[in-house]
Design a protein. Structure first.
Lengths: 243, 200
């Protein structure tokens, strides 16, 4: 949480995917039909929960080792994903919880609703989390998830991806998204990525190979920077906030 | 051309397996087995214990059985991030029925931007497969009619008959023989009863 409770800049709804996107079939019955109602941000939108280091286990950001059941480590291409979380003004977002989840190297999730024929890896759970440092940086270690088929247009395929959840420092900054991998030929074919209209917006979700940070004889590294909403300046502020 | 700032990272759906990352024990993983994020306040937190429960309905009248919800609220005095009460919770809908519920305390009044009081309410976010960017709504309480009638956020909803979609209804009797007041808050994603969702 920040003691600053200033208002956040408007969310650019044309940049985010719209709710109703028929090529992604599930959105058809789950998209509001009426316009969103504009709401001025008061204290509940300008503040957020403190979910800090005290809640974390040291292995929470090591998906290769945080779900070992039969010994050894998770199977797959070893990678480290790192990046910086900043706001729209480029300021670091400190102390933000970052949660990630993903399929295993074969494209299978550890979830009762996933019936894909690829096998589960007994040593991979697919769940991790960390907290950004004072410079907004985060990192975690995992295996590269496999692509997987899903019921949309008779076996569409999801590109390899990692799901991300971010809190920022206020409920107005809350964001859930997905990270993709540079060079994946499935990216332009994916109906879920296709819900985003602007190519430049899609590019923000594609992590870049970072050979500079590569760990010799161990792991490739991908960089994924994230931008959350930023607080506006408060020129001639004259509204008593009551807090 | 206007001044350019960085663009926000675009949203993507949480997908059908959102529980793995957000509620791993609920998803069946042997991780964080002690976490009970749907319980914001057990005994010992000052305030009136309440339960808020409901179902999220899709446009064809089917329950969303894979939805995840997050609640954010003030404590009983109207303070956010108060010591001893985090005010944040998270729950997954029942995979068979779609019913979800939070155990919490009734929030106090909080200030609007001009210091007028806002009626006691909780912020509620919805994440699910098929929802491309999370939906943001509010839960008010039907046994506080005077406060609701003067609430600046409710009053800012131009279509008067839609305001009631944000008001949870107190259920007769307690949940399972307990005397904790239970408030029902169903969310309708589409149709005549469509819940008000905010852009804020
Ligand atoms: Fe996925």
């Amino acid at each position: 949480m920040s003691s600053d409770t200033g208002e956040f800049a408007r969310r650019d709804r044309a940049w985010h995917p719209p709710a109703f996107t028929p090529p992604y079939k599930t959105s058809v019955l789950r998209s509001p039909g009426k316009a969103l109602v504009s709401l001025r941000q008061s204290i509940g939108e300008r503040t957020g929960p403190v979910l800090g280091h005290g809640d974390l286990d040291p292995l929470d950001n090591d998906l290769i080792r945080n779900y070992i059941t039969t010994g050894g480590e998770a199977i797959g291409e070893r990678i480290i994903v790192h990046g910086r979380v900043v706001d729209e003004m480029g300021r670091p977002v400190k102390g933000s919880l970052v949660e990630v989840w993903q399929a295993n190297a074969g494209g299978r999730y550890r979830h009762g609703n996933d019936h894909y024929l690829a096998p589960l890896d007994p040593n991979f759970g697919g769940c991790g989390r960390c907290v950004t440092d004072d410079d907004g940086r985060y990192f975690f270690r995992t295996i590269k998830p496999g692509p997987y088929p899903w019921m949309n247009h008779n076996s569409d395929w999801r590109p390899s991806h990692i799901h991300f959840s971010l809190f920022g420092n206020a409920f107005a900054q809350r964001l859930v998204t997905q990270m993709y991998f540079e060079g994946d030929p499935l990216i332009p074919l994916c109906p879920i990525i296709g819900t985003i209209r602007d190519k430049a917006a899609v590019d923000m979700l594609v992590a870049k190979l970072d050979m500079n940070e590569m760990v010799p004889f161990d792991s490739l590294v991908y960089r994924f920077d994230i931008v959350l909403r930023g607080r506006r300046s408060t020129f001639f502020e004259n509204r008593p906030e009551g807090n | 051309m206007p001044v350019q700032y960085l663009k926000e990272t675009p949203s993507q759906t949480g997908g059908p397996y959102v529980h793995i990352g957000c509620l791993p024990h609920f998803a069946g993983l042997n991780l964080r087995t002690q976490e009970k994020l749907h319980v914001l306040a057990g005994g010992g937190v000052p305030g009136e214990q309440i339960r808020i429960e409901g179902v999220v309905w899709d446009g064809s009248g089917h329950p969303l059985r894979d939805v995840m919800l997050e609640l954010w609220q003030a404590d009983s005095t109207g303070a956010y991030n108060a010591p001893g009460f985090r005010g944040w919770g998270r729950v997954g809908a029942d995979p068979q029925t779609g019913l979800w519920g939070f155990e919490t305390i009734r929030p106090g009044a909080t200030p609007w931007i001009d210091s007028r009081p806002q009626a006691p309410h909780c912020s509620l976010l919805l994440f699910a497969r098929g929802i491309n960017i999370h939906l943001h709504t509010r839960v008010y309480f039907d046994d506080r009619p005077e406060a609701n009638a003067a609430d600046p956020a409710l009053l800012s909803i131009e279509l008067v008959n839609r305001r009631q979609t944000l008001i949870a209804t107190r259920q007769a009797g307690g949940q399972g023989g307990s005397d904790v007041p239970t408030f029902r808050f169903d969310v309708h994603l589409q149709g005549d009863k469509e819940t008000v969702f905010f852009d804020c």
